[in-house]
Structures are given as structure tokens and as C-alpha cells.
Write a protein that binds this ligand. Structure first.
Ligand SMILES: [Zn+2]
Length: 419
């Protein structure tokens, strides 16, 4: 018995000494096998049901490990995220980023914005363009913006070949082609995530049906942006399949019936549509979000599935501001931070059928956002200029895209300067 105890003790000392010795011989132990380590942060990873303090290690642009304690000595760089939330890189499924030189246009024009100018500072690592390009000018969009951006840019393509090119082109039924749209979606399968119908002022259902047909042919969701004043909301929702996405969910404008009626009740057919699997994207934009709709809807069980911002030249400086502002707005309305993060990460990833994104599983691309919650007195504005006060506001401290730090608000990952 004594001999056995002695043997165990000696063995422990030998192993420990050997380990210390090996640490000083470079190359013998994988001492710094990780490129980046985020320690002590509160991880919210809805896909994996994680809501706890964890360390996350990144190597070769991917999530290498998530554990309770990972040694700093194993990483080339360590970030202390004490008191901060660590979440998957945010996904904004409603943006207009086909920026170009054309005046008065979204497609290839100045009404769109450049993705990198707005994404990372808001914690966003993936944006989905909502049909600013169509099946005809998508290659130009790809060459001009998508291939040049650090932000991951995905796209719903417009059923109209020329995309959001203004009137009358964007309403030309002859330029709406389900076969062509499905073919382009198939060709760029890694970028195109669905088909959009958005602007049409006629009462003929042909455009809507063509978009639906293209979605079926390409096996992708249809994205409905409601500038379709002659179509009733009920008919639109009835035609949509589970997994199809409606946006501007809480708008109160003349071109579409609002989801909440004059008595403040969510229309039953809207609730039925969401229960059936139709997805409700927020789509804030310049006119798409009103507290008079969103608050009673939230209280009656119609929360948005995703927080698409409808980012474009006009919305960014109005009540919308950024996706983080939308998330903070919902915290002021009463949503928990966990539910807010879900709607900005895993939910949109599932909506666009990109389940490789929006999560922190080992092996997933290391798109990570580190958020702080600021406490104070804040005001949030809707599309009607109404203000809702709140006492918490989210801010992006650190944004990491494929393992690379692309935004660092307060030098969390920077070295201390010494004189
Ligand atoms: Zn839009």
C-alpha cells in the first residue's frame, strides 16, 4: 500500500516536471494552438442552448473549442470579456447594399449603402441583400459589392430582372421570369438564399405568383417586402408557404393593412399565418416599424422571427440606426436578451437555410460578436417619430469575422500603450 502511494506520488512529480520542461522546448507541445481566446464572457449560443460563462478558442478562422476554462498559454492572443456577452456574429436578413453610382436608385445606386461601412460596428457579420439586384443584374452586384466586402453578403434576388431600379422598370411584368430567377439562384447557390417580390402597384397576382414559382423551382424561401398596395395582407399571407418571409411586419402605412386592427388586436389571420410557419421579419427601414403595432403585437404573442433592419441610405440616420438599436428597442419593449440574441443569430440563419451560420458550434466559422450592455437613460424612436424610453442599450465591443478582429470599440484586443 505504502509502495503504491509512493509510486503514484513520484509519477505525479515526474509528469509535472516533464510537462514544465516540455513547455520550454518550442514545437514539442502545441503551446499556442489557438489564434484567439475569448475568456470569461457570458456566452449566448441559442442553437446549442448555451447561456453561461464560457471560454471560446478560435483557430484557423473557426471555433476550435468552447469550455469552462481554456488556458491563456494555449493562445497567441487572449481577450478578457468579463462582464460582456459573447454571441454568434449577427445576421441581418434585410439590407440594401447594391451600392453604385446611379442617382435616385437602389440597384447599383446611391440609395444603397456599402456593407462594411455599417456591419461590423453594429456587430453584424452577415448581411442579406433584400432583392436590390434581380436575376439579370445580380452578377454586377456580385462583382461590384459582394466579392469586394469583408462582410459576408448573401442575397435574395428580385423576381424583376433589373431589381430595385425604380419605376417603371421594377414593375415590368415582362422582366419577371421565374425560370431565369431559379437558374441564377441555382448557379450562385452559395450566395443566393431566396427570391424577393417587393414593388408592384397593380392588382394582377402574376408578379407574386412568379416569385412563388421561382422560389419553388429553386427550393428557397420567398421574401415578401410589402410595397404591394393592391394585394390584401390576408391574401398575401394565405399564398405564402411555411418558411416564406414577410417583412415590414409592424408597419402602419397606407400601402398595406397593419397587423394590429383599430381596436388594438392582432388580426387572427396574422397569428394563424405565423403558427402555420410563415416567418415575420421586422424590416424596420424608414417606415416599417411602429410602436403602435409592435408593442400590442408583442404583448399578444406576435414577436418577430428575425430583426432585419432594412438598412439603406435613409433608414440608417432615422429611427432604425442599426441592428443593435433594434435589439435594444425590443429589450425596452420587454424581450429578454436571450430572445433578442436568438432573433439576431440562429433564427435568421435558419430562415435563410444557412444553419452553418448564427451559432458557435465547434468547427463553425468564427463569426463572433462581443456585446456590452450599457445602463442609463435611452430613447428609442419608431418610424412615426414616437419615442420609447429604456434603460439598457447594446453596443458592439468586438466583432470577429472568420477569426479576424474587424471591429474593436475600446481596444479590448489591443496592446496597452506605454510611454
Ligand atoms: Zn427593404
Amino acid at each position: 500500500m505504502f509502495l503504491r502511494k509512493l509510486f503514484v506520488a513520484v509519477r505525479a512529480v515526474v509528469i509535472k516536471s516533464l510537462f514544465v520542461f516540455l513547455l520550454f522546448i518550442p514545437g514539442l507541445l502545441p503551446a499556442q494552438q489557438y489564434d484567439l481566446l475569448i475568456k470569461y464572457g457570458h456566452v449566448i449560443d441559442p442553437k446549442n442552448n448555451i447561456n453561461a460563462i464560457k471560454d471560446i478558442a478560435v483557430a484557423n478562422g473557426k471555433i476550435a473549442k468552447m469550455e469552462n476554462d481554456i488556458l491563456s498559454s494555449q493562445s497567441k492572443k487572449t481577450v478578457d470579456a468579463t462582464g460582456l456577452y459573447v454571441v454568434p456574429g449577427l445576421i441581418d436578413i434585410h439590407t440594401h447594399v447594391f451600392v453604385g453610382s446611379k442617382a435616385d436608385k437602389f440597384a447599383d445606386g446611391i440609395y444603397s449603402v456599402s456593407p462594411d461601412d455599417f456591419s461590423f460596428k453594429s456587430g453584424v457579420t452577415t448581411v442579406v441583400d433584400a432583392g436590390t439586384s434581380g436575376w439579370r443584374n445580380f452578377p454586377l452586384f456580385k462583382q461590384q459589392v459582394i466579392d469586394k466586402s469583408q462582410t459576408r453578403v448573401l442575397a435574395f434576388i428580385n423576381i424583376v430582372g433589373s431589381g430595385m431600379s425604380g419605376k417603371p422598370m421594377q414593375e415590368d411584368i415582362n422582366d419577371m421570369n421565374a425560370d431565369s430567377a431559379a437558374l441564377v439562384a441555382e448557379k450562385y447557390r452559395d450566395i443566393i438564399v431566396g427570391i424577393k417580390i417587393g414593388h408592384y402597384e397593380g392588382s394582377d397576382w402574376t408578379p407574386f405568383n412568379k416569385a412563388l414559382d421561382a422560389s419553388k423551382k429553386s427550393n428557397t424561401p420567398m421574401f415578401v417586402e410589402c410595397h404591394l398596395p393592391q394585394y390584401s395582407l390576408e391574401d398575401q399571407l394565405k399564398k405564402m408557404r411555411p418558411g416564406d418571409i414577410i417583412t415590414h411586419s409592424y408597419e402602419q402605412v397606407s400601402e398595406r393593412m397593419p397587423v394590429v386592427d383599430e381596436q388594438g388586436k392582432v388580426r387572427p389571420f396574422v397569428l394563424t399565418a405565423q403558427k402555420r410557419g410563415v416567418l415575420f421579419d421586422l424590416g424596420h427601414g424608414g417606415a416599417g416599424f411602429w410602436f403602435s403595432q409592435a408593442v400590442p403585437a408583442f404583448q399578444q404573442g406576435l414577436a418577430p422571427n428575425s430583426f432585419g433592419s432594412d438598412l439603406h441610405r435613409f433608414s440608417m440616420n432615422a429611427g432604425m440606426k442599426s441592428m443593435l438599436n433594434i435589439m435594444s428597442k425590443y429589450m425596452a419593449i420587454g424581450m429578454s436578451i436571450e430572445d433578442v440574441v436568438t432573433r439576431a443569430t440562429w433564427n435568421p440563419a435558419r430562415s435563410i437555410k444557412r444553419e452553418d451560420l448564427g451559432n458557435l458550434s465547434e468547427g463553425a466559422v468564427a463569426d463572433i460578436t462581443v456585446l456590452s450592455v450599457q445602463n442609463g437613460k435611452f430613447g428609442f424612436i419608431d418610424a412615426g417619430g414616437n419615442k420609447l424610453e429604456g434603460n439598457k442599450k447594446l453596443e458592439a465591443e468586438l466583432t470577429i469575422r472568420a477569426g479576424k478582429i474587424v471591429w474593436d470599440l475600446n481596444g479590448l484586443a489591443a496592446q496597452q500603450w506605454k510611454q
